[in-house]
Ligand binder design. Structure first.
Ligand code: NDP
Length: 273
């Protein structure tokens, strides 16, 4: 019998997570039934309770529910306890739900796979939602020089900074804030929206990372290039890497191998209409 898994989110139809977990299952000789679970803005707690009562063994949580998921679980695992955001739900053996966050490990693994080291670097993190919170512990662990956090709603950036001493809320861009790496953890690209980028501190040595992925360049990747930035990666590798950690938590197994699956997905994405 297949293990029932899924991903809760809104929007969700773009998600490649079902395909990724199907490939992990093939690689590890398991059978999984992984569904996209579209949830209305206020329907997350009920949807989670219903799905787990109907046999869901584990789930991912994506935009915009990671902070609500944190409130819902009965036990936090690892960095999720500190970050206030959960992207992985695991059915606890004696009832209730365990919440973990694998986004940070996924992002750092993705950057390392591209040869990017974060030690001593100045990072500008755009966004202060669940994804930003989730990656902060792993970014901190790499010992960057500074992490500036900018968010459209400044109060959310302040809330994030109250959890992480290393985060410096950026209200106005100035020449003093010249980042080595800009990470876009907003959902702007997902909705085809552009951001106002600090063009005067971006040059060809500035690296970019958009957590969103798409067949063609994301809005952020295009904007970053137009602003004079250097290489800018999309979030596909991060998606695969964070999924591998989630899979290992659900099945208490080693992390599936990701390299070949990442390239396979990149090829499949290129062929999508
Ligand atoms: P949330 O809904 O929790 O947060 C959304 C964030 O985006 C907020 O900071 C919000 O700002 C900001 N935002 C949205 N639209 C705009 C805009 N037009 N201009 C400026 N800021 C904007 O989402 P998550 O944090 O969970 O996810 C963020 C993105 O990261 C999503 O697109 C998600 O798909 C992606 N992601 C990808 C992963 C991967 O593995 N590749 C993993 C995790 C996330 P405000 O507070 O002002 O509303």
């Amino acid at each position: 019998m297949s293990d029932k898994l899924g991903v809760f989110g809104n929007p969700i139809k773009h998600s490649l997570s079902p395909r990724i977990h199907c490939l992990f299952a093939e690689q590890t000789g398991r059978s999984v039934d992984y569904q996209r679970l579209l949830v209305s803005p206020h329907g997350f707690p009920k949807a989670v309770a219903r799905q787990f009562s109907q046999g869901l063994a584990g789930a991912n949580v994506t935009v915009p529910f990671k902070q609500v998921a944190y409130q819902l679980v009965t036990q936090h695992m690892g960095s999720a306890a500190h970050s206030g955001a959960v992207n992985t739900l695991i059915s606890a053996p004696h009832g209730g739900l365990i919440g973990a966050n694998t986004d940070g490990d996924g992002l750092v693994a993705a950057l390392k796979s591209k040869g990017v080291s974060l030690a001593g670097r100045r990072i500008l993190l755009l966004g202060a939602g669940g994804a930003s919170r989730g990656v902060m512990p792993a970014l901190n662990a790499e010992k960057p020089d500074v992490i500036w956090v900018w968010n459209r709603t400044v109060e959310r950036a302040e809330q994030l900074a109250s959890l992480f001493n290393s985060a410096r809320v950026l209200r106005h861009w100035s020449d003093a804030h010249k980042p080595d790496l800009i990470i876009n953890a907003t959902s702007a690209s997902l909705f085809g929206e552009s951001l106002s980028l600090p063009e005067h501190v971006i040059d060809a040595d500035t690296l970019g990372y958009d957590m969103v992925y798409s067949r063609d360049a994301t809005v952020f990747q295009s904007q970053f290039k137009a602003s004079g930035g250097g290489v800018c990666f999309d979030g596909l590798r991060m998606l695969v890497e964070q999924a591998a950690v989630s899979f290992s938590l659900w099945f208490s197994c080693d992390k599936p191998k990701t390299e070949a699956i990442y390239h396979q997905l990149r090829n499949e994405l290129a062929k999508l209409d």
